[in-house]
Design a protein around this ligand. Structure first.
Ligand code: PHE
Length: 446
């Protein structure tokens, strides 16, 4: 990326690309799964709180750092704080990016397989029990999920190779509205199922007794993951911004879009679990069982199912591209490789590193860390630990090293008289470091 730095073509293009990064498996697969595992409404309430106090302010923070630095994740720090070691934070984010994209491609590979399976009609006519069994067979197979993972990585690399702006902006414009339409149809279907109301209540009723530090850790992890925070994706996208961009307003819109889709998804999956009597214990595969079960109650199940999993695969690609872009931009900038060499090499590495995760649902299912299989462990460690740690470091950097006063000047270029400036700066300097640190430390001990 030598020469003149690219900028977004239009405001809507930037917002859609960033929403494309944020909206992905985190909303469709991870959110309902974590809600189920962490006790329903209590988790949802905490999640919303953390969105407001940590999530949106951090989107503002990363976009601002990105626009001020106009560099990749590592050299942003060396440019804003020359002659310090803060660039190590960028390096840490890069490691996190690598772990996340590796396991992300595994789950996204399942979406690809489900797309192909839907077209072939292998899910039609099965009930929830049959679908659970078929899901087990599919994801524990030593070959099929590896193929899905490979296909997914192939397309992600291809898009990064071709450059992000043209292709990704265009795809996002079709995919995002498409997803919303499909989700609304599914929502109508779920809510009309018998027994669905209980699920809706479970989703919204905050059983406060269920809130503990682990729920909080999970909620922080989910916000970071879903908002693409803590690993330089938003920061990198911010580095392509123009000075006129109203950062706080965009951050708000991006947050609302991402949370909206997560909630929509929760309201589709969870009531359906109740209605179909599916054990919430099914774990990571929950979505891959519940949704086909809903499709099977609709006319043209093959059509809906294929369309949905195709959309999901694309939504995952727009997220994975933003991850790969973080690494590619760094390798191209700092190491002087061509974009092509960087993207392909990363693709191969991600594939190899993801293999233990993909096999952890079958042949390697005996390998367990802290009670989690490899896939689950990679997700847990990166989302609940690495992301918050790098988020914490970014906040400390912004609040105390680079200083929020300079940041506010940067923000005000495109948003004169940023009304919430003082509150934002207070959150960044005091509330967030203490909150993230506290949750984090008690979480480790707990
Ligand atoms: N936010 C994406 C999702 O919800 C995942 C992601 C995380 C993408 C971090 C980029 C960076 O699926």
């Amino acid at each position: 990326m030598s020469g003149k730095r690219e900028q977004w073509n239009s405001r809507i293009g930037f917002i859609l690309a960033t929403v494309g990064s944020a909206v992905g498996l985190g909303n469709v697969w991870r959110f309902p799964t974590v809600v189920v595992q962490s006790g329903g409404g209590a988790f949802v309430a905490l999640f919303l709180l953390i969105v407001v106090v940590v999530g949106v302010p951090l989107i503002i923070a990363e976009l601002t750092l990105g626009r001020a630095g106009k560099q990749n994740i590592v050299s942003t720090f060396s440019r804003l704080a020359p002659n310090t070691r803060w660039w190590l934070v960028g390096l840490f984010s890069l490691v996190t990016v690598f772990i996340i994209i590796s396991f992300y491609s595994v789950i996204a590979g399942w979406a690809v397989i489900y797309f192909v399976g839907s077209v072939m009609g292998i899910f039609t006519g099965l009930d929830a029990a049959g679908l659970t069994q078929l899901n087990q067979q599919l994801i524990s197979n030593p070959v099929i999920p590896v193929l899905g993972q490979a296909v997914f990585i192939f397309f992600t690399v291809l898009i990064v190779l071709l450059g992000v702006t043209g292709g990704i902006e265009r795809i996002s414009k079709i995919i995002m509205p498409g997803i919303v339409v499909i989700l609304l149809i599914l929502l109508g279907r779920t809510l009309s199922l018998e027994g669905a109301v209980e699920g809706v209540i479970w989703f919204f009723r905050p059983e406060l007794g269920l809130i503990n530090v682990n729920t909080a850790l999970d909620a922080v992890g989910q916000v970071f993951f879903s908002f693409s925070l803590g690993m330089g994706a938003i920061l990198t996208y911010g580095s392509y911004l123009t000075d006129e961009e109203n950062i706080p307003q965009s951050a708000f819109l991006i947050g609302v879009a991402d949370v909206g889709i997560a909630i929509l998804m929760g309201l589709i999956v969870i009531p359906a679990l109740f209605a179909f009597n599916i054990e919430p214990g099914v774990g990571p595969a929950i979505v891959f069982v519940t949704l086909p079960a809903i499709f099977n109650t609709l006319p043209w199940p093959i059509f809906w199912s294929s369309l949905f999993f195709l959309m999901l695969s694309f939504a995952a690609i727009t997220s994975a591209v933003s991850l790969l872009e973080v690494a590619a931009a760094y390798i191209v900038d700092q190491r002087g490789w061509t974009r092509k060499a960087a993207a392909i090499t990363m693709g191969v590495l991600i594939f190899v590193f993801g293999l233990p995760a993909v096999l952890s649902q079958g042949v390697l299912s005996n390998v367990v860390f802290l009670g989690r299989d490899i896939l689950d462990f990679m997700d847990f460690v990166s989302s609940s630990f690495f992301l918050p740690i790098s988020g914490l470091l970014i906040v400390i950097f912004l609040g105390w090293v680079w200083s929020t006063d300079i940041a506010l000047l940067e923000i005000e270029k495109g948003s004169p008289g940023f009304y919430w400036g003082r509150a934002w700066s207070f959150l960044i300097r005091f509330v967030m470091p203490i909150a993230i640190f506290y949750i984090f430390i008690t979480g480790i001990r707990g």
